[in-house]
Design a protein around this ligand. Structure first.
Ligand code: TGC
Ligand code: FAD
Length: 387
């Protein structure tokens, strides 16, 4: 049973509609997702049967206009949605954030009218699945060094190269692939059946087990002229998509932290040692208060970031600060919660260790903790410390 964590009544400042959406996603996670996640996590697969439901609830492309099948809602609603989904599992939020922010957003922002009409409604309903290929085996934090190349040919382009760690890569009907054409980063829509395009599952993950992760390879893969994203020119285009997804992660991580805090709090009240509830020991209380303290600060950060974004004032460095803070805080909370659950906390009878392991990936993807430090560091000092 999840008891909403809202020590400062932050969510009371939401509109009735926003609170209603928050409640309905919370209910979906409690009723449809939490009962099955331990099994999917153990088997290392994503629960694909929930995808149509995610579509029906408007969780795929929350901010994409309704005329293209999206929900046409605010960034604040998008954030709340990601928070509720990640309270279930980071893999569930990953699915929705890749589909919405990394596939639908670039098609909507950089695509032709035909591309938008062809892809967005199907992606919004979950009938089609997409993935986003930026990272390569040898280029993670430094995507500008990518080696995947596109060569102009009659009627289209030939792609060669590979992409690594791609969420939804095995499931995807279409991949948004970033490659250099004449030295400039461009985006291409590659359908799964294209000759020369293969996807191979990444095995052996201890983190984000209930998420599909793949390596994509392109060997003389032809894509027609109409598959290039006409408005996407340069590294700025994929980085702008990351801003959208990082924003959702900043909210999502708070959901994972709330799940861990809630579980540790409830456990500590019923678990007794030395004839007393472990919640009655000062050190346990200190851990719980630290958790609540950090969650409350992160909630305030999200709320304000959402308002900035809805008012068109959020900059990429605002997003980086929130992603950096909230994911790090969530991982700390997961570890601290696990210590309260002690031995029981290492099993899948409790959610905490699953969140803890997932958050190791979340700390790394969408820009590592260090990269976000340097993004904010460059903004406040004016010195670029990347290279
Ligand atoms: P740099 O020279 O700084 O910038 C190149 C051009 O891009 C502009 N720019 C941005 N534009 C929009 N949003 C941003 N956040 C931007 N950051 C920079 C910049 O102004 C410039 O524009 P122009 O017009 O002058 O050319 O680029 P750099 O090569 O020095 O790299 C900068 C750096 C390190 C910050 C960047 O590359 C970076 O963020 N690295 C981290 C890579 C990353 O986050 N990868 C994520 C892959 S996708 C993923 O992980 C999905 S997980 C999904 C899930 O499962 O949930
Ligand atoms: P590296 O870049 O090799 O970094 C290694 C270490 O060096 C890190 O600690 C890093 O912070 C540090 N470092 C690097 N450069 C600097 C510097 N200049 N200063 C200081 N420290 C530095 N990518 C996609 O394109 N699409 C996806 O859908 C996707 N999904 C993912 C799903 C999962 C489960 C995971 C784990 C990753 C996913 N990624 C995806 C890839 C992810 O974005 C990269 O892993 C991430 O950007 C880091 O790259 P890397 O792992 O190659 O680390």
């Amino acid at each position: 049973m999840f008891f909403p964590v809202d020590y400062y009544h932050i969510y009371e400042s939401l509109s009735d509609e926003e609170r209603m959406i928050q409640r309905s996603i919370r209910q979906f996670v409690d009723e449809k997702f939490l009962p099955i996640i331990a099994d999917f996590h153990a088997r290392g697969v994503f629960p694909t049967e929930l995808i149509p439901l995610l579509g029906e609830m408007g969780l795929l492309g929350v901010t994409i206009p309704e005329e293209y099948g999206g929900a046409g809602l605010s960034h604040t609603v998008y954030g709340l949605a990601m928070q509720e989904l990640e309270r279930g599992d980071s893999g569930l939020r990953s699915f929705a954030s890749v589909q919405g922010s990394l596939v639908m957003y670039p098609i909507y922002t950089y695509g032709s009218e035909e591309q938008k009409r062809r892809w967005l409604p199907g992606l919004a309903s979950g009938k089609l699945i997409g993935c986003f290929g930026l990272t390569e085996p040898d280029h993670g934090s430094d995507p500008g060094g990518m080696e995947t190349k596109a060569l102009k040919t009659d009627g289209g382009y030939i792609l060669n190269g590979s992409k690594m760690w791609i969420t939804n890569g095995m499931l995807a009907d279409v991949a948004v692939v970033w490659a250099k054409l004449d030295g400039i980063v461009r985006g291409f829509l590659v359908e799964k059946e294209r000759q020369g395009f293969t996807a191979r599952a990444v095995k052996g993950k201890y983190s984000l087990r209930a998420s599909d992760t793949a390596e994509l390879s392109f060997m003389d893969c032809f894509v027609p002229e109409e598959n290039i994203l006409p408005q996407a020119q340069g590294l700025r285009a994929p980085l702008s998509c990351l801003n959208e997804a990082r924003y959702g992660i900043a909210w999502g991580a708070v959901g994972a932290a709330m799940a861990c805090y809630n579980e540790a709090l409830e456990y500590s009240k019923t678990r007794t040692q030395f004839g007393r509830a472990v919640a009655s020991f000062q050190i346990t209380q200190q851990k719980l208060v630290e958790m609540l303290n950090e969650i409350t600060k992160a909630q305030l950060l999200c709320r304000q970031l959402g308002l900035l974004k809805d008012n068109g004032k959020a900059q990429y460095y605002h997003v980086s600060l929130a992603k950096r803070n909230n994911v790090h805080m969530a991982l700390d909370i997961a570890r601290s919660a696990r210590s309260i659950l002690a031995a029981n906390g290492i099993t899948d009878e409790y959610q905490t260790i699953r969140h803890m392991l997932n958050l190791e990936s979340v700390l790394t993807y969408e820009g590592t903790h260090e990269i976000h430090t340097l993004i904010v560091g460059e903004h406040i000092t004016g010195f670029n410390a990347f290279k």
